[in-house]
Design a protein around this ligand. Structure first.
Ligand code: SF4
Ligand code: SF4
Length: 100
């Protein structure tokens, strides 16, 4: 039996797990919201942003898209809340807040 990896997640039961030594599909985070366990999240303060794009390449999870040469909204589905983007912004346009 082949495991459908799209059914795997935090709430998957043991019967849904991949059988030993079987690789059911290529590694990807597209199907999984790996940021759902984050305890902190970055908040974009658009009025302070100068569009320097320094925050974009430092995100280890590629959660800051560029749309029409401007930085887009955070991808909270994959953001880990590490805060690296906050440190990289020279204009204070990103702050952190706790997830409720
Ligand atoms: S580093 Fe700060 S100012 Fe630059 S694009 Fe990112 S949020 Fe905007
Ligand atoms: S907090 Fe970390 S994971 Fe989230 S957008 Fe910033 S750099 Fe990326």
């Amino acid at each position: 039996m082949r495991t459908d990896i799209r059914n795997l997640g935090v709430k998957a039961g043991w019967k849904a797990l991949t059988e030993g030594m079987i690789i059911a599909g290529a590694g990807t985070s597209r199907e999984f919201n790996t940021g759902e366990w984050s305890t902190d999240k970055p908040v974009f303060l658009e009025e302070k942003c100068k569009q320097c794009l320094l925050c974009v390449p430092v995100c280890p999870d590629s959660c800051i898209p560029v749309v029409d040469y401007k930085r887009g909204a955070f991808d909270y589905g994959h953001c880990k809340g590490c805060g690296i983007c906050v440190k990289s912004c020279p204009f204070g346009a990103i702050t952190m807040e706790g997830v409720e």
